[in-house]
Each structure stands twice: as structure tokens, then as C-alpha cells.
Design a protein around this ligand. Structure first.
Ligand SMILES: [Zn+2]
Ligand SMILES: [Zn+2]
Length: 375
């Protein structure tokens, strides 16, 4: 069973980042394997806390988890403990620092590589684009490395100086009860070095990054539908300290079609036939998304009857050359605004049917009356 991450850490759903961090630190210290040798339960709890923290401390993962729960994370391939391995111990290292011996012997740790932020973008497709598949040029606004300083934040010729907050250590020591915990320096982000105000790049003001519009060409499979989400790997914002870039998520919206109503892989359409066509039978030409098909409507067809054209429906996503069906509903149109000749013909028809004396000519009231007389 997947445990609720908030319950694991013992925090409310509204907990702040700070509260989550604090709760995790407490659990991690309590259940750390070094303090509980051979204790399986403690180890499980330690892992569960690490997993919960890796999700709830990440703004995006937490957002996905809040909205879609464990399923949402799994759908993005982020579920479960295995997906986090690298992150868990990295995160642990950040919080507990050298206390338990993580990172010992490695000297001063450099800044940790971080994946760039992922982005989400809505993509509208016409019905035909979704049916045939299309390559879309998608405009995204995202933070990119500044092209003047190439991401360094430095003006030309300048170099980084030691951070004045941590004296170039990259770490600051925080006291948490009996624990002395070293954390990445908040001023330099753990790098130990910083851009002095007089050395800042003029274009990005020392940030090293700027917001830019760029265009991403994305091939979209045929058969996609509204509500589907596509991941374009590596097209999010650039990573930090050599980390990988984030991903771009495309939320698909397919615009409706004038004549076809899509339900899953099937299409539904309505075709009107005249009263006489329904009575006498006819052949209908049906324009489908691919071609022109014929439907034979037999004589005596009732309004609301359906006809299925196999493989004339929507394309099935991920299965090339597979299609749903097209279901055509025949609606009989009662003739209106009759001219004299039509009226005479229909009156004649009515007369003949009355003479035939079959049920067709009887009113609904007559039928009800008959029913009670015979039962
Ligand atoms: Zn710059
Ligand atoms: Zn610093």
C-alpha cells in the first residue's frame, strides 16, 4: 500500500516547506539505520520518510501528488522509492550534512547538480490534426542561460569571489537542538563563491539567466485526445550546476468537429433522411475523415437506427493504422411546408393505410383501448 506522504511525515497538507523539512529531519534522525542497527521497522520508516520528503520538498512533485496522489506520480514515472534513489540521499545529505558521516572524506562538497524546472503548456489541436498527427511548433517562455555571460552572471573579464557569508565554505552550521547541522549556504546556494555587485553581467544583472521565448518543434502522435499529457524530455528550463534540464509537459486540447462527435476511438454522426427515403430505402453517401463511404438504408428504416462503418472512426493513439468505428445515426425528417401535390399524396397514403387496417393506422389511444379490451 502507498502511504500518504503527509501522514508519513506527520504534517498537515498545508505544511510549509520549512515545516516539511523540519518534520523530515526529525524522522530521519529518529529512524536512521546507524542508530537502529538491525531494526527492519526503523529502516522502513527511514525510507518512507525519505521518499515522502523527496516528493513534498519538490514544488512540482508535491503539486502533482496533491492533485493526483500516488497515481499521478506513477503516471509521470516518478512513483515509488526506486525513482528517487539519487535524490533521496542527496536530499538527506543536504539536510543532515556531515552529522551521520555522509560525504565524509570527500572534502568540501561542491554545489549539487539540480534538474531544471519542468514546464507545462496547453496545446490546441484541430480535430484533423489530432486524427492525422502533426508536428507543432510550440512557443514556450522559459528561463535560459544568459547569452552575454553564458550563465555565469559575470561581466566580461570579471571572476567569482569567495562568498562573504560562508567564507567560501559553501556550508553554514545550524544548531538544531543537540544536533549541529551543516546546510548549504543560503547566500551563495552552496557554491562558496559569488558574483560581487560590481562584477555583475549587465544583461542579466548577475542572475546568469533570463526569460526567453523559444520555439520547440514537437511531433504529436495521431489519435491524441483532450486531457492527455505529453512529456517532451529535456525541453524545460536548464539545470543548475551541471544538472539535467527539466521537461516540457504538453496538455492536449482537441477542438470539436462540426459533424463528428468523438467518443474514445469511435466517431458518431447523424444523417437526416426524408420520410419517403426511410420508408422506401435508399443509399447514403457518408463523408468520413478519410474518404466517402456508402450506407445502404433498407426500406422501413426507423428514425434513430444506427449503422456502423468499421475502421472509419478516429485513429487509435500509439497503434498506427488502427481506427475506431464510425456510427451513423439516421434521423427521419418529417416533411414540413407541404405543397398541394405533396399534401394530396400524403392524404392518399393515409387513406390507404387506414384501409389496410393494420396497427400503423391506429392512434396510440386506439392501441391502448384495444389492449385493455383483449386482456
Ligand atoms: Zn548575463
Ligand atoms: Zn556562501
Amino acid at each position: 500500500m502507498d502511504q500518504d506522504y503527509y501522514e508519513v511525515l506527520g504534517v498537515s497538507r498545508q505544511a510549509t516547506e520549512q515545516e516539511i523539512k523540519k518534520a523530515y529531519r526529525k524522522k530521519a534522525v529518529q529512524y536512521h539505520p546507524d542508530k537502529n542497527p538491525g531494526d527492519k521497522t526503523a529502516e522502513e520508516k527511514f525510507k518512507a520518510a525519505a521518499e515522502a520528503y523527496s516528493v513534498l520538498s519538490d514544488r512540482e512533485k508535491r503539486d502533482v501528488y496533491d492533485r493526483y496522489g500516488h497515481q499521478g506520480l506513477k503516471a509521470q514515472g516518478q512513483g515509488g522509492f526506486s525513482g528517487f534513489n539519487s535524490d533521496i540521499f542527496g536530499g538527506f545529505e543536504d539536510i543532515l550534512g556531515d552529522f551521520f558521516g555522509f560525504g565524509r572524506g570527500r572534502g568540501r562538497r561542491g554545489p549539487r547538480p539540480r534538474q531544471g524546472r519542468s514546464l507545462e503548456q496547453l496545446v490546441e489541436l484541430t480535430f484533423m490534426e489530432a486524427y492525422e498527427g502533426v508536428t507543432k511548433e510550440i512557443k514556450v517562455r522559459k528561463m535560459e542561460n544568459c547569452d552575454v555571460c553564458d550563465g555565469s552572471g559575470l561581466r566580461a573579464g570579471a571572476s567569482m569571489k569567495n562568498c562573504t557569508t560562508c567564507n567560501g565554505q559553501g556550508q553554514v552550521i545550524m544548531s538544531a537542538g543537540i544536533l549541529q547541522v551543516s546546510q548549504p549556504c543560503p547566500a551563495c546556494g552552496g557554491q562558496g563563491r559569488m558574483v560581487s555587485p560590481q562584477d555583475r553581467c549587465r544583461q542579466c544583472y548577475g542572475q546568469g539567466k533570463m526569460e526567453r521565448s523559444s520555439t520547440v518543434k514537437v511531433p504529436i502522435n495521431s489519435g491524441v485526445d483532450t486531457g492527455m499529457r505529453m512529456r517532451v524530455s529535456g525541453k524545460g528550463e536548464p539545470g543548475e550546476n551541471g544538472g539535467p534540464p527539466g521537461d516540457l509537459y504538453l496538455a492536449i486540447k482537441v477542438l470539436p468537429h462540426e459533424h463528428f462527435d468523438r467518443q474514445g476511438d469511435d466517431l458518431h454522426a447523424q444523417v437526416a433522411v426524408s420520410f419517403s427515403q426511410a420508408a422506401l430505402g435508399t443509399t447514403l453517401e457518408i463523408p468520413t475523415l478519410q474518404s466517402q463511404e456508402k450506407i445502404k438504408v433498407p426500406e422501413g428504416t426507423q428514425s434513430g437506427s444506427t449503422f456502423t462503418l468499421r475502421r472509419c472512426g478516429f485513429s487509435i493513439v500509439g497503434r498506427p493504422n488502427s481506427y475506431g468505428d464510425l456510427i451513423v445515426k439516421v434521423v427521419v425528417r418529417t416533411p414540413v411546408r407541404l405543397n398541394r401535390e405533396e399534401r394530396e399524396l400524403l392524404e392518399k397514403l393515409d387513406e390507404i393505410q387506414k384501409k389496410k387496417g393494420n396497427n400503423q393506422g391506429k392512434s396510440i389511444f386506439q392501441k391502448v383501448k384495444d389492449f385493455f379490451q383483449h386482456h
